[in-house]
Write a protein that binds this ligand. Structure first.
Ligand code: FAD
Length: 497
């Protein structure tokens, strides 16, 4: 499937937006159908503010059936639509289609069923990640824990296959979703999976998780929760450099110690986060390594002592062990504050999210440092060290001419360095609009064409979150060979570039 590239409807051009807004108003009420410019501006970006577009209409349904009717109305109007959870995404995934519809799911925030005996929770997509653990605690918890967990929605987590600090041991969102109710882009509502772990047939739950809003809208989600560990021990060790701390991460893994989490912050991140939380992290440390073990009391105690001594032997000049739950929470708060605290270092920053093999960590971090010097920009590093999932934060000042462009170029070279090291363009934030240009560095034409065929099976009209994920969006039904006009082109909804 190479040759001429056509865009799916990546703008709402040609859509009668007033008629669509009237239809949506009749479904959700005027107070939940927004068309005024000032109201729409709230929704023009997700957490990656570098990308913005103004939707034509934003609608806030309150039930799955209202979502279904909204999607059906978009389909009837030929209008592209984007589902939005909390808008905390960092790849531009929830950025609206210019002039199209945005379906915000923040009013669908009911937990519908807590079935602890069978370790299942059924909830609506707008429920926050943390609310699930709160609903089942203290006996159980929901392991995937993005640092944004107090705000991000479970619907967004499903769409992005989100990770978090504890995914090193426990696995990502995809390992916890057993069932989905989904509104397809034509307004049909379907059930995928259920409460059991593995339903017969094709694994469409697996296909939907991580599909970034391109296959439809999840309106009900069934997740697995697990019993809380008997005990948890947490430490933060301070080193002169990230390479020293990285060596300790490798040593812990080689010893067969399965840590609940292993997280690292470099000096810039430590300084920023410390300013935000005042946790007492030394500002001159080159690296902070947070290690958490959880499990049975006996195993945890013995292995925790081993980790402390590995840190000391590996060059840690201070190892702080959390003495109680308050101190543990403070260590985690400081780690999780690192992104948001970066505003204290620079007016703007560009979040990268790439994965590398753990064994290449020191080398890639050195390359990032060289690039930062070459581009005369600061890059802070905070990452899920156990998974090799880096989050370089490229700092810049948007008011200085040329800096935003330099930052973007530098961020791109960091992605390239990670791919060259055998890694991936994204670990957990998704491809969205930001990373789609890098997809060909990981996938061949045939691979991409297969993704596109799956997408077209769910969304033949290309209305669900068009212009995201795929590097060269194509119209469904396009086949290799001489050019033939697609019906959407004929209707003036899409164009060939
Ligand atoms: C400070 C900070 C820290 C973060 N830390 C982490 C982290 O540790 N790990 C991590 O993985 N991510 C992290 N993120 C990124 C982000 O929080 C996650 O990607 C999260 O899953 C997005 O959820 P959301 O509800 O905000 O989704 P949104 O940003 O609203 O949407 C994200 C994508 O999901 C789609 N979508 C949303 N709801 C639905 C639905 N119901 N059906 C179908 N598609 C839907 C959207 O169309 C979009 O493509 C962080 C973000 C911030 C700002």
């Amino acid at each position: 499937m190479d040759g001429g590239v056509a865009t799916a409807p990546a703008t709402g051009e040609g859509v009668d937006i007033d008629a669509l807004a009237a239809a949506l108003r009749s479904i959700c009420g005027p107070e939940h159908t927004l068309t005024h410019h000032d109201q729409l501006r709230t929704y023009e970006s997700d957490g990656l503010l570098q990308y913005a577009a103004m939707p034509g209409v934003v609608v806030l349904p309150s039930t799955g059936e209202e979502v279904r009717r909204c999607v059906e109305a978009c389909h009837r109007a030929g209008a592209p639509f984007v589902a939005r959870g909390a808008g905390s995404g960092l790849s531009g995934g929830a950025m609206p289609v210019e002039g199209g519809a945005l379906i915000a799911l923040s009013r669908l925030r009911r937990i519908l069923e807590v079935d602890l005996e069978n370790q299942r929770v059924v909830c609506e997509p707008g429920v926050t990640n943390i609310a699930i653990s709160e609903a089942v605690g203290p006996s159980h918890f929901y392991p995937p824990d993005p640092s944004s967990q107090i705000v991000c929605s479970i619907g967004g987590n499903v769409a992005e296959n989100s990770g978090g600090a504890h995914c090193f041991k426990y696995g990502f969102t995809t390992n916890y979703v057993t069932g989905l109710e989904v509104v397809l882009p034509d307004g049909q509502m379907i059930q995928l999976g259920g409460k059991s772990l593995d339903m017969p047939g094709l694994d469409l739950v697996g296909a939907f998780v991580g599909s970034e809003g391109t296959l439809g809208v999840a309106t009900k989600i069934t997740v697995k929760v697990v019993p809380s560990p008997e005990t948890t021990r947490t430490l933060v060790a301070f080193f002169d450099s990230t390479s020293e701390a990285g060596e300790v991460v490798s040593a812990v893994v080689s010893e067969g110690i399965v840590a609940g989490a292993m997280e690292m912050m470099d000096n810039l991140s430590i300084r920023a986060a410390e300013m935000a939380t005042g946790a007492g992290f030394p500002q001159d440390a080159g690296a902070a390594l947070v290690v958490e073990l959880d499990g049975s009391e006996t195993e945890c105690e013995a292995r925790f002592d081993e980790v402390v001594s590995m840190c000391e032997k590996g060059g840690a000049w201070k190892v702080r062990v959390a003495q109680d739950e308050v101190e543990r929470a403070l260590i985690w708060k400081t780690r999780k504050a690192a992104f948001a605290a970066m505003g204290r270092i620079a007016p703007n920053y560009y979040v990268q999210d790439s994965v590398i093999p753990r064994t290449r960590m020191a080398e890639v971090l050195r390359r990032i440092e060289e690039l930062a010097i070459e581009y005369d920009l600061k890059v802070a590093n905070v990452f899920h060290a156990g998974d090799g999932n880096l989050h370089p934060l490229v700092c810049y000042d948007g008011a200085v001419e040329g800096e935003p462009e330099r930052a973007e170029e530098l961020a791109g070279l960091i992605v390239k360095a990670c791919v060259d090291a055998g890694g991936s363009i994204t670990g957990e934030h998704g491809v969205g609009v930001d990373k789609k240009r890098y997809m060909p560095s990981m996938f061949g034409d045939d691979d991409l064409a297969t993704f596109q065929r799956l997408r077209c099976a769910f969304d033949p009209d290309g209305l669900a979150n068009p212009g995201k994920v795929m590097p060269t969006p194509r119209l469904c039904g396009e086949v290799p060979g001489p050019y033939r006009e697609h019906p959407l082109e004929a209707a003036g909804i899409a164009e060939r570039m």
